[in-house]
Design a protein around this ligand. Structure first.
Ligand SMILES: CC(C)(COP(=O)(O)OP(=O)(O)OC[C@H]1O[C@@H](n2cnc3c(N)ncnc32)[C@H](O)[C@@H]1OP(=O)(O)O)[C@@H](O)C(=O)NCCC(=O)NCCS
Length: 212
């Protein structure tokens, strides 16, 4: 993929400063069979790629075991042709075009995902932002999520989107720092749609992608 490989390749011995700069060799990879065993191991260690659904990891393990090729294909769905999405209240909505990239530092480290409506930056109200990410607990606080978002943004710009919106919980300081480190600004505090539960406050953030 276009964004891969930008964070490594120093031609001299690594020291801790190099390691911090290149984020331990982090790159984003298109989900592929060569990475699947490491991804599967993360799921087996109870990691869930879905921050609002801790059971999602178990469901994914079943899908991988049933049909690994179909599972991998579904990670990359720029036509939005995959199965509909079930929201936390059980309501079912159309899937938007989207794709996932896996954060790879020699092992699986997490995932970052994008969803969007072609031709517009607008999102349906039930879609809580264009970008989501999650890092496995044993690789947090190393800059992986910050680097992953930084690497994805040029790709999103290439799709013609003038900005991306992201939603965080009010108390998710780590995620908020990932956004502000990438130029994001707070748009508003809002109440999530009822499908996400009663009285669920959240913060909406925006990263402009066009040159100011
Ligand atoms: C949010 C998350 C993706 C951050 O991943 P990460 O790779 O650890 O993030 P980074 O290492 O790039 O850290 C970003 C910043 O947050 C800070 N940070 C990380 N964890 C933190 C925590 N628990 N509390 C406060 N700050 C934290 C880091 O120190 C860093 O700040 P700095 O640049 O000032 O040092 C990760 O914690 C996670 O997967 N959480 C569960 C899923 C989730 O919340 N996803 C986002 C949904 S909106």
């Amino acid at each position: 993929m276009s964004g891969a490989g930008t964070c490594h390749g120093h031609g001299h011995a690594r020291n801790s400063l190099d390691a911090a700069r290149d984020n331990w060799g982090m790159r984003l990879v298109r989900p592929g069979v060569e990475y699947l065993a490491s991804y599967r191991a993360a799921l087996e260690h109870a990691w869930s790629p879905n921050t609002t659904d801790s059971a999602a990891g178990r469901v994914e393990l079943e899908r991988i075991d049933a049909d690994p090729v179909a599972f991998l294909a579904a990670q990359d769905d720029p036509e939005g042709s995959g199965e509909p999405i079930t929201l936390p209240d059980g309501s079912v909505v159309r899937r938007l075009p989207g794709y996932r990239r896996w954060i790879w530092d020699g092992d699986f480290g997490g995932m970052i995902s994008l969803r969007w409506q072609p031709g517009t930056a607008a999102l349906p109200p039930h879609v809580l932002g264009h970008v989501g990410y999650a890092v496995v607990p044993w690789k947090r606080r190393r800059g992986l999520a910050t680097a992953a978002l930084r690497e994805l943004l040029p790709e999103i710009r290439g799709l013609g989107l003038p900005y991306v919106d992201l939603t965080t919980d009010v108390d998710n300081l780590a995620s908020q720092k990932v956004i502000t480190a990438n130029g994001g600004v707070l748009v508003e505090r809002f109440t999530m749609p009822a499908a996400y539960g009663p009285d669920s406050p959240a913060l909406r953030w925006r990263i402009e992608l066009v040159d100011q």
